[in-house]
Design a protein. Structure first.
Length: 263
């Protein structure tokens, strides 16, 4: 089966060079180039539309690294494309091979090396174990993410963590609030809190707030939790948030933590 390829690189000359190399090796390494993108969101949209088998992915890009993009792509499960990292920096290669990445090409890429990588990765795609190793490699190389993934109307959107004001658990979903709008995600507050404790602080059992978004506290309307005194609002205090009028209650057990942030 002829592999379908997609190029992701923020530099137009680099994308053009890869496209030229692919044309040069077409006879010895049949393939189909189905698209290219210069940033993470464009890549996610293009990959979702064209469904490539292999993504030739630059490591260093503004806004989001190729390593983090690979982590988001891995969330597609069995439909995730294989990733061949392309970079001018060999320090990433050492870590990639330590965790058995599928392949890693150094710029400037040689035509013979590119053909070899495509043939090898095409073979590995039929092996589920090798695909899992690629996902693990990407996760290990980028331990701290910069975005939340949001499924919305058939698209996978990226919401920068830096733009999130709060996250609030409601039924089986978590509402993610930015200055301009709400999003729904399926991650748990607990897992987000454990991963991003340096960014978010728990103000209530069902809410995490960005530390940078807290500008003060004020007395609320006097409402308390329905589950008893152990987690009711401390004297009905609420947290004041930057850029939005909405207030969130502060639970008794979190009062000291929140109060320390606004001293």
């Amino acid at each position: 089966m002829i592999p379908r390829l997609f190029i992701v690189d923020d530099e137009a000359p680099a994308r053009a060079r890869l496209a030229t190399l692919l044309s040069d090796i077409a006879a010895e390494c049949p393939h189909q180039l189905v698209g290219e993108a210069n940033d993470a969101q464009g890549a996610l949209d293009g990959i979702a539309a064209s469904k490539p088998d292999i993504v030739l992915l630059d490591v260093q890009m503004p806004g989001m690294t190729g390593i983090e993009l690979a982590v988001h792509l891995s969330g597609q499960g069995a439909d995730a494309p294989a990733v061949i990292f392309v970079s001018a920096y060999d320090e990433y290669a050492l870590k990639a091979f330590d965790v058995h990445a599928l392949d890693y090409l150094l710029k400037p890429v040689r035509a013979s090396r590119l053909a070899e990588a495509i043939r090898r990765v095409s073979g590995l795609r039929s092996q589920a174990a090798s695909q899992k190793e690629s996902i693990a490699a990407a996760a290990a190389m980028q331990p701290t993410r910069q975005n939340f993934s949001v499924q919305e109307r058939g698209r996978l959107l990226l919401v920068p963590i830096a733009e999130v004001i709060y996250l609030k658990a409601e039924l089986k979903y978590v509402t993610l609030r930015t200055r301009t709008r709400d999003y729904l995600i399926e991650e748990s507050l607990l897992s987000i809190e454990e991963e991003l404790a340096a960014v978010f602080v728990r103000v209530h059992r069902n809410a995490l707030v960005a530390r940078s978004a807290i500008i003060g506290v004020e007395r609320g309307s006097g409402a308390v939790d329905a589950e008893g005194d152990s987690d009711k609002a401390q004297e009905s205090w609420q947290v004041i948030l930057r850029d939005i009028d909405e207030r969130l209650p502060i639970s008794r057990r979190q009062w000291a933590v929140v109060k320390a942030l606004v001293r």
